[in-house]
Design a protein around this ligand. Sequence first.
Ligand code: IMP
Length: 440
Amino acid sequence: MPAVVVIGGQWGDEGKGRVVDFHSRYCSVVARYSAGHNAGHTIVNERGKFALHLVPAGIFYGNKTCIIGHGLVIDPKSLLAEVAMLSERGIDTSRLLVSERAHLVMPWHRIIDLADERLRGAAAIGTTGTGTGPAFHDKVGRIGIRMADLIDRARFRERLREVLEYKNRVLTGLYGEAPLDPDAIEREYAEFGERLRPYVADTIAVVQAAHARGEMILLEGAQGSLLDIDSGTYPYVTSSVPASVAAGGGIGIGIGPTAIARVIGVYKAFQTRVGHGPMPTELHDSDGETLREGGGGAPDTREYGTTTGRPRRTGWFDGVLARYTARLNGVTSVALTRLDTLSGFERVKVCVAYELDDQRVTTLPATLEAALRVKPIYEELPGWQHDITHVRALGDLPTEARQYVRRIEQIVEAPIDMISVGPERTQAIVTRDVFGAALT
Ligand code: IMP
């Protein structure tokens, strides 16, 4: 049976967590394949509201093998805090597995993340400050420390000293920061290693065995395609290797691309972004403020970051970028989230092209200078005034809302199978079972 990838089609925060949560019921393995605790997924279920950063959203079912794959960088402290939070709230974490090949976020990564942002000055990326980017730099720079090192005290001591000798030179010489004490780090991390050991496994073998047995595997993307290092709005992107796009799924977990049968693209019904960088449809007016404060939608759905609490930048749905990411990921079906937020607008807008130097263009230019200059060309559609948070069938949506959904479907060239109209598990319109007979 196939693997299914869930990806974000925008700049992250599309609501992937609730989509993964919804589809997890059909799968025996739910796995994260990229990024680190810079990611934030909000899940609302019968046990309350949860913010997850590293643990896959399948954890709430209790009977799923939840894997943190080797494509991630892991801050042990952050992971342990998340596991403790889940346990305290009665969630069983005994089926959580962490790849022995995953890299660690170490104390110097956070220091370097913040120092790099200061040095970039006006060109700061607006990172989450979690050390994720520098941890990926070190992975690619082949000076990373991995989970397998952490759980072996002697190996960790040796690797830490080797790496820290180099890193302390960088910290003091390049950044003017104080050197870090290897003994203090070793003590702290030895304890992390002890506590994480029961979770650490050869997750490639686990995933491959599940695949060979014909079990369904759900790969949970983090962030959004527009933050991808290769295809995103560089340099205002995240550093994850493998990529934040669907093709990274197999790489970050250890299965081939032929195992991936479906790609579910999650798109918010409008656009948001945290951090800096181009955002052609960004609104600086009262409409933008209305979107940020949840519009006419469900209460408690304001647009503030799950990881950093930062207010998100908001704007109208960018169809140019949506089509780009749908094609980039090979999206086979779409989950459209937060449609409820758009209730109450007299007119809703969808960007269908850009104007650049008096020309109409339908792609975002690669250079930052040009990407910052494009002006959105909008198509206006009639809005709807009804509260739609109670709607559970497509036919019960106001005609205007259905029209909006159809237009987005045309733009992304894939069927919209799920529409969320509120944060609760039940607040969704499901028009087609993505995991239905045709798939299995
Ligand atoms: P970093 O991943 O912390 O290096 O941040 C790089 C960029 O990615 C910044 O613009 C962040 O705001 C953004 N970013 C990182 N993780 C997320 C996420 O989970 N949701 C939305 N944006 C994110």
